[in-house]
Design a binder for this molecule. Structure first.
Ligand code: DC
Length: 220
């Protein structure tokens, strides 16, 4: 609860692999708040576009898909058109294609409402533009960073622990490429909100990051 007695909106932004998802999920659990992974929404729309053969440029076909797009969260699962796409949105193909689709203003406009609808009664949301565009009035804004090598290593470990194959050098290349596209796009680029608190997690343990954020949340 905030001092004003309502559940808080807490947002975490930052580049790929900074630890946003796992930290935000844990914070949400500890505070009893819903968790919103907005990267999953961008990944889901990328999957739908790729399956429909719609390239990452603004077009009537792309807008048609956007109009029909609905996404549902159930615990840690993501569903689109009645299909559980949780694993399908975390493949190297989606990693390689999600940033170009995310850079299209029509895509971002259309997903804005979907993200804000999840606000309900407080939440913990993570992404790239939570503090700058989607929830600019959030009660607490954190911007997590870490060196590209650390972030690539975390993605590598994550993929291996899910039983998949992984190539560290390829992941590092993708991390750098996505950072570049995400932070230089014109619409809602990846950047800290003016009132965000920066945390560099390169040499911090997961528990240190979580307790740091919990301490900040406790002051709301
Ligand atoms: O956090 P992630 O790796 O699952 O995000 C996948 C991509 O989605 C990321 O490279 C850029 C895009 N994205 C975005 O543009 N805005 C967000 N709020 C979340 C993700």
């Amino acid at each position: 609860m905030t001092h004003s007695g309502r559940p808080p909106v807490i947002v975490l932004d930052g580049p790929a692999g900074a630890g946003k998802s796992s930290v935000a999920r844990e914070i949400a659990k500890r505070l009893g708040l819903p968790f919103l992974d907005t990267g999953a929404i961008y990944r889901a729309i990328t999957l739908i576009m790729m399956r429909s053969g719609v390239p990452p440029v603004d077009s009537p076909e792309l807008r048609r898909e956007l109009k029909e797009f609905r996404v549902f969260f159930s615990g840690a699962s993501v569903c689109v058109k009645g299909e559980d796409v949780t694993d399908a949105i975390r493949t190297p193909e989606i990693d390689a294609n999600v940033s170009p689709y995310s850079a299209i203003p029509a895509v971002r406009d259309s997903l804005l409402g979907i993200q804000r609808e999840q606000r309900g009664n407080g939440l913990v949301a993570e992404g790239r533009d939570m503090g700058t565009v989607v929830f600019p009035d959030a009660d607490l804004k954190i911007f997590l960073t870490a060196s590209p090598e650390t972030r690539a290593r975390r993605r590598y470990d994550e993929r291996i622990s899910r039983g998949g194959n992984a190539d560290y050098d390829e992941i590092l290349r993708q991390v750098n490429m996505r950072d570049e596209i995400d932070s230089t796009r014109e619409t809602a680029p990846l950047k800290p909100a003016g009132d965000a608190l920066l945390m560099d997690t390169t040499v911090m343990s997961f528990e240190d990051v979580v307790s740091g954020v919990m301490k900040l949340a406790g002051n709301l």
